[in-house]
Every structure is written in structure tokens, then in C-alpha cells.
Design a protein around this ligand. Structure first.
Ligand SMILES: *Cc1c(COP(=O)(O)O)cnc(C)c1O
Length: 340
């Protein structure tokens, strides 16, 4: 085995083609065995369900190298469960959870040279996804599907230390009431791209979406959940249209069991936010991005933690979760899958 000679700290969050990807096909009511292949291209019929009616669901997770050289994954059982639920919501045959975990093992083992070394701050991003290959023209679920998993090495999200970001309250919604906000489907991202481009053009980092029904409660950003801190209590917005982030659920556990903080998971009125001490965005890519400021049209909420560094509670949460992922802090039972 020879590690690839990449500049791990400057590869960023981009697609790099790695050696192997996992492919399994669903036909006549059953998944085939599945295997690793070399070809990164997908060939499908012009009228495949994914191309016409957007039947697709996906996951995002990471593999890390520990100091002892072991390669591990963080809570992949929760990704297996989430893509199972997502597939059912989009009328796709779910991938059995054991099959999902086996695919992750295979694809990481097949790309071991691409897993960044311990201490580089980089990791191997894993992208499992399922899409409709079957031909449709009338609107209905397709009858054949493909499940694939590819990997790409990604650099440390924060090169020069963790820096706070600015959120803009969006005039668009990312999810409909009783819609698909709680499932990880590409369609939720397609409709958020326009809002995201406008947000970046206006000079902000991410959109903050409010609840689509009343526009009074906080939901999440386009690709991460938000958490707040007030008086050493972690406050987590709750709603049926928020995507259940594995990072956020892990942070809630860490706050309660490692840091002995109080946690409130409840609907959070946007009105309340100006009284909070700290804010952060949680997701696999950045783990936690501290939020320094939220801009709502001509009003600004400036958190006391400011734009120079993360606040004290967000910092402790960040250090603990990344410590667990990198093997420096003991993980709760069942959180780490040892792959190689
Ligand atoms: C994937 C995703 C997240 C983050 O989930 P993690 O499991 O923590 O990576 C948050 N919000 C949305 C909309 C997402 O698609």
C-alpha cells in the first residue's frame, strides 16, 4: 500500500476520482450482490426515472485515519438508517442496512491509499446514493434502481483555524410543510441552488431558512442544522421539515453526557435568536461552523462570540466531537466502525 501523494491541506472540498466505487443494481424486486468497479461513469437510458422525475437519495459521511493507523467511520449505521427512510419517502426500494454497511467497508478498503493520514486534518468523504435507472414517461416510480458509493479525499474544512460565518435569512423556503425537508434527496438541493447563488452574490456564507408554514420559527441552512447556546444551555430547533443531521444528534449527546450541559430540543422562534450567546451550523463537511452574525434584511443579529473566533461552548463541542472522530477521545459504545 502506498498513500497517494496529495497536498492534503489544500485539496479543499472537491471531487477527486479515486480507484474504486461500489455498484449494485435492483431489478425484478431484488438487489444483486454488488461489487467494486473502476469506471466512474454511469450510462443510463435517456428516460430513466432520475433524469425525468428526480428519483434520487444520498448520504454524506467520512472515513478517518487514527494515530495507530486504523481507518474508521463515524456512526455509519445512522447513515444506513437515514438513506433507508429517504428511499421509502421517494418510493424507491431501500438498500438493506447490512448491505449499505458492507458497501461502505468495501469501498473504503478499495481506496485505502486515498484515506488521508492522521494529523493532516483531511478525511475520505464517502458519497452513497441511489437513483432510478428504469424508464418512465408517465409519472410513476421506476422499476429498476442503482445504488453506488464513491469516495473523494477532502481537505480540512478550516485551514487557518475555525472562523465564524454569516447567515442571511432567506426569502425562499427549502422545504414545504409536510414535504420532503426531512429526507436527504437531491431534489431538496436542486430547488435551493438559486437561493444559494443569490446569498453568495450578496456576500453571505449560507441561507438560514425559516419554517415554510409561518416564517416565524428557525429551520436550518441549505445543508446543515443549526444550534444555539444561551446561558450554557444548548438550544436545538425542532421541526418535521428539518433534516435529521447525524452531527447535530451526536452533538446533543456530547453536550448532555460529556459536557454535562442542559439541552432543549424544541421549536425556536426567530424572535428569540437575538437573545442567544452563540450559534453554529452542524454537518459532516464542516462538523460545526460557528456563526458570528445573522442578517435579516435590514436587521443584524451580532452574537457576543463575534466574528473572530467561536464561542466557548461551540468550541468545546467542536473539540469533543472531532476528538471522538479522530480517536483522541473515547467514543460512546457503537459510534465507531473499524474498517481497516
Ligand atoms: C446532510 C444534511 C445535513 C447534515 O447532516 P449530517 O448527517 O450531520 O451530515 C443538514 N441539513 C441538510 C439539509 C442536509 O442535507
Amino acid at each position: 500500500m502506498a498513500k497517494k501523494d496529495l497536498k492534503w491541506d489544500s485539496i479543499g472540498f472537491n471531487y477527486h476520482q479515486t480507484d474504486k466505487r461500489y455498484v449494485s443494481n435492483y431489478k425484478d424486486g431484488a438487489w444483486d450482490e454488488g461489487r467494486l468497479v473502476d469506471d466512474p461513469n454511469v450510462t443510463i437510458n435517456e428516460s430513466a426515472g432520475i433524469l425525468q422525475y428526480c428519483q434520487q437519495v444520498f448520504e454524506g459521511m467520512k472515513a478517518y485515519t487514527w494515530e495507530n493507523g486504523e481507518v474508521v467511520c463515524f456512526r455509519p449505521d445512522l447513515n444506513a438508517e437515514r438513506i433507508y427512510n429517504s428511499a421509502q419517502r421517494i418510493e424507491m426500494p431501500p438498500v438493506p442496512k447490512e448491505k449499505f454497511l458492507d458497501a461502505i467497508d468495501q469501498v473504503v478498503k478499495g481506496n485505502l491509499d486515498w484515506v488521508p493520514p492522521y494529523g493532516s486534518g483531511a478525511s475520505l468523504y464517502i458519497r452513497p446514493y441511489e437513483f432510478a435507472t428504469g424508464v418512465v414517461i408517465g409519472v410513476k416510480p421506476a422499476d429498476t434502481y442503482q445504488f453506488r458509493v464513491f469516495t473523494t479525499p477532502v481537505g480540512p474544512y478550516y485551514k487557518g483555524g475555525v472562523t465564524p460565518i454569516v447567515l442571511q435569512v432567506s426569502d425562499y423556503d427549502r422545504a414545504a410543510p409536510h414535504g420532503t425537508g426531512a429526507v436527504k434527496a437531491g431534489l431538496n438541493y436542486a430547488m435551493s441552488l438559486h437561493a444559494s447563488v443569490l446569498c453568495h452574490q450578496a456576500g453571505y456564507n449560507e441561507n438560514l431558512y425559516l419554517d415554510p408554514g409561518t416564517r416565524t420559527f428557525v429551520e436550518e441552512t441549505g445543508g446543515s442544522n443549526v444550534i444555539f447556546v444561551k446561558d450554557k444551555t444548548v438550544i436545538v430547533p425542532k421541526s418535521d421539515s428539518i433534516l435529521p443531521s447525524i452531527t447535530r444528534r451526536s452533538i446533543v449527546y456530547i453536550a448532555e453526557h460529556y459536557l454535562k450541559l442542559k439541552v432543549e430540543e424544541r421549536p425556536v422562534k426567530f424572535e428569540e435568536v437575538k437573545g442567544f450567546d452563540e450559534a453554529g451550523c452542524c454537518g459532516t463537511a464542516a462538523v460545526i461552523s460557528p456563526v458570528g452574525k445573522i442578517v435579516d434584511h435590514d436587521e443584524e443579529i451580532n452574537f457576543p462570540s463575534g466574528m473572530d473566533h467561536a464561542g466557548p461552548v461551540i468550541t468545546e463541542l467542536y473539540n469533543t466531537i472531532t476528538g471522538i472522530q479522530n480517536g483522541r477521545i473515547e467514543a460512546p459504545e457503537g459510534w465507531i466502525r473499524h474498517i481497516a
